[in-house]
Design a protein around this ligand. Structure first.
Ligand SMILES: [Zn+2]
Length: 195
């Protein structure tokens, strides 16, 4: 299981429902693998199509707990929208402020086919809404204004260059420290300078 490149058409097509009566693969095993991939890449969320699997499944971390949802449906969400920074494992080093509802009520199935409905707020709601878009073949790039996307793309290029310079050593240390922040400090400074 690997991340597909951002040019892969699977990222831009709606995903299929996972049929628990005739499962295309073992749901529990896949849930574990998807969550592992997410933590391996230090992500807050990861959708199945990002690893080349065209089903409506995504993994998130709620506090420290793993949650992998199948066939999610947003049944309610706040009218109030807030701007928050987002990144995406499919678009490394691209960070943009995106406006989305600040809470969401989600109905989903777990790997055993059981249906749950839960309300989520804060960063969890944000990650859910981002991953939910992936289910429909929508990436956060389409949610950003052209201005914000152009600006973030320029910064992404700067970050990529800075990465090559600052490189690896910092990442290694961060991995060892077990932090989830993936922007090395050196690079972060460059990023801020560009403001
Ligand atoms: Zn994403």
């Amino acid at each position: 299981m690997n991340l597909v490149p951002d040019t892969d058409s699977i990222l831009y097509q709606p995903c299929q429902e996972f049929d628990f009566t005739n499962p295309p693969f073992d749901a529990k095993e896949f849930a574990q693998q998807l969550y592992q991939q997410m933590t391996h890449h230090n992500g807050l969320g990861l959708s199945a199509n990002q690893v080349g699997v065209p089903y409506r499944i995504f993994a998130i971390r709620i506090d420290a707990d793993p949650l992998v949802v199948f066939n999610p449906k947003i049944v309610d969400q706040s009218e109030n929208e807030i701007l928050l920074d987002e990144g995406c494992l499919s678009f490394p080093l691209l960070y943009m402020k995106i406006k989305r509802p600040d809470w969401v009520r989600l109905r989903f199935q777990t790997h055993d086919g059981e249906t749950h409905t839960e309300k989520y707020g804060g960063m969890t709601a944000r990650v859910i809404l981002h991953e939910y878009d992936h289910m429909d073949g929508i990436t956060f790039k389409t949610r950003a204004s052209k201005f914000a996307l152009d600006r973030a793309t320029r910064k992404q290029m700067i970050l990529k260059r800075a990465h090559k310079k600052a490189n690896i050593e910092f990442f290694k240390r961060q991995r060892l420290n077990g932090t989830t922040e993936i922007v090395p400090q050196v690079v972060q400074t460059w990023y801020e300078k560009d403001e």
